[in-house]
Design a protein around this ligand. Structure first.
Ligand code: NAD
Ligand code: TYD
Length: 339
């Protein structure tokens, strides 16, 4: 079986490539990635030594390049991780998000139709449901919760999801969608909350918490997400959406304090900064469907996952220091300079 992984040089995509190579050594894994600021070949260093893995630099919105690759590889399954993924960047440049996240999805699905791909899997997010109020801990996102987006990022992901469902109904394209909560773990780009806090705390720099730090996210260790995607793309029902999350809700402040405790750094590093515009209050997933239909359950609890993640950042300082030394400096200055 040949599996085409788009966006495999990013955070979750690279973890997924390793998951597949480890669990299905007989399969061929092909990755197409544009290598934007978030894509990093260093994430795939070990995969590149494996005969069952091929990397191609390419843009999922480039129809010609996509069709050429499909023609060469005839993938059985296509799993789409490629996206612009950072909410704060989507506030700065919505157009890029619409292009990659929506038109890229269309280009891939057109190629799937043309080459008779057996399953197109879309990696989506719980952010398509908008947010839940902080004072209603009894509420969770289910697959039938209405789409209600807040940011250009989430609107672009929701648009892509709708397009995927439209291709399923109109063209009978065999599709599936997973909508996962916030991930954390190795290879997480240090613009996102957890790796940003780890890398800054290690340098004894201030930790910028948006607003009052009471916003809640539902954290899932990345390998548990990879296992869920793998199950759904191979065994999930066609045309279905599956929510993925492990009932691991934490306020941002709790998360930052966990990082500080792991590193033995003082809470005085915490600095409250201007809030994100349109900041979603709370995300919380009800994973009943994927559990009951496919038997999926998370295997890594938050404390274990955070410990493992901090250990990874301690052991892989060159990986993130190389990132921080590049274009990232301008990004940080631009986004946080006068916050
Ligand atoms: P990421 O930003 O770390 O990686 C995205 C990857 O896509 C990068 O390697 C980048 O180079 C590549 N890419 C971007 N534009 C491309 C294009 N036009 N053509 C080809 N490649 C392109 O993102 P991530 O956190 O790994 O997220 C992966 C997917 O999972 C995204 O679709 C995201 O919406 C979804 N998701 C993420 C989370 C999370 O917590 N990170 C949670 C739920 C869903
Ligand atoms: P993030 O990792 O950007 O993921 P998302 O916005 O997709 O959930 O942010 C997670 C939470 O952390 C979110 O509520 C915003 C907050 N946050 C901060 O407080 N400070 C920061 O510097 C960043 C990047 C995020």
């Amino acid at each position: 079986m040949t599996i085409l992984v788009t966006g495999g040089a990013g955070f979750i995509g690279s973890n997924f490539v390793y998951y597949e190579l480890a669990h299905y050594p007989e399969d061929r894994i092909v990755c197409i990635d544009k290598l934007t600021y978030a894509g990093n070949l260093a994430n795939l260093k070990e995969a590149l030594e494996n005969d069952h893995f091929r990397f191609v630099r390419g843009d999922i919105t480039d129809r010609e390049a996509v069709e050429k690759l499909f023609g060469e590889e005839k993938p059985d399954i296509v799993v789409n991780f490629a996206a612009e993924s950072h909410v704060d960047r989507s506030v700065e440049d919505p157009g890029l998000f619409l292009r990659t996240n929506i038109l890229g999805t269309q280009t891939l699905m057109d190629a799937c139709r043309k080459f008779g791909v057996k399953r197109y899997h879309q990696v989506s997010t719980d952010e398509v449901y908008g947010d839940l109020p902080l004072d209603r801990p009894d509420l969770f996102f289910t697959e039938t919760t209405p789409i209600h987006t807040s940011s250009p990022y989430s609107a672009s992901k929701a648009s892509a999801d709708l397009l995927v469902l439209a291709y399923a109904r109109t063209f009978k394209l065999p599709v599936s969608i997973t909508r996962c909560s916030n991930n954390y773990g190795p290879y997480h780009f240090p613009e996102k909350l957890i790796p940003l806090m780890i890398t800054r705390a290690l340098a004894d720099e201030s930790l910028p918490v948006y607003g009052n730090g009471e916003n809640v996210r539902d954290w899932l260790y990345v390998e548990d997400h990879c296992a869920a995607i793998d199950l759904v793309m191979r065994k999930g029902r066609e045309g279905e959406i599956y929510n993925v999350g492990g009932h691991n809700e934490r306020t941002n402040l709790q998360v930052v304090k966990t990082v500080l405790k792991e590193l033995g750094k003082p809470e005085s590093l915490i600095t409250f900064v201007r809030d994100r515009p349109g900041h979603d209050q709370r995300y919380a997933i009800d994973p009943t469907k994927i559990h009951e239909e496919l038997g999926w359950l998370p295997t890594t609890d938050f404390d274990t996952g955070m410990h493992r993640t901090v250990e990874w950042y301690l052991a892989n300082q060159k990986w993130w220091k190389d990132i921080l030394a590049g274009e990232y400096q301008n990004y940080f200055q631009h986004m946080y300079g006068n916050r």
